[in-house]
Design a protein around this ligand. Sequence first.
Ligand SMILES: [Zn+2]
Length: 106
Amino acid sequence: MYCNYCGKAVQDDANVCAYCGTRVGAVLARKRLIRPRAGRKIAGVCAGFAEYFDLDITLVRVVWLISVFLGVGLSLIAYVVAWIVMPDEPVALPTAAPAGQHATNP
Ligand SMILES: [Zn+2]
């Protein structure tokens, strides 16, 4: 598996990343508030909250848009803050099968 913080490969049974010291085992098991790469419209903040709270992503967007109009820009600031704070979903790296085994190209 890979460290969510520094992206380096760590042992599958490791609890702490050997490179940066970030906890990796427990963090992976826990549900994390991240911005998924799939299904995002702007930055994936709404998609991340929808995934985290098991809500419909459209519902999250509607509620957020309404709050933008009611909150006079406060929600926009909150969105940007969430954009900065929430980490991107880690890129799906081929851990099981090494790249190059897929003989799709002749
Ligand atoms: Zn690390």
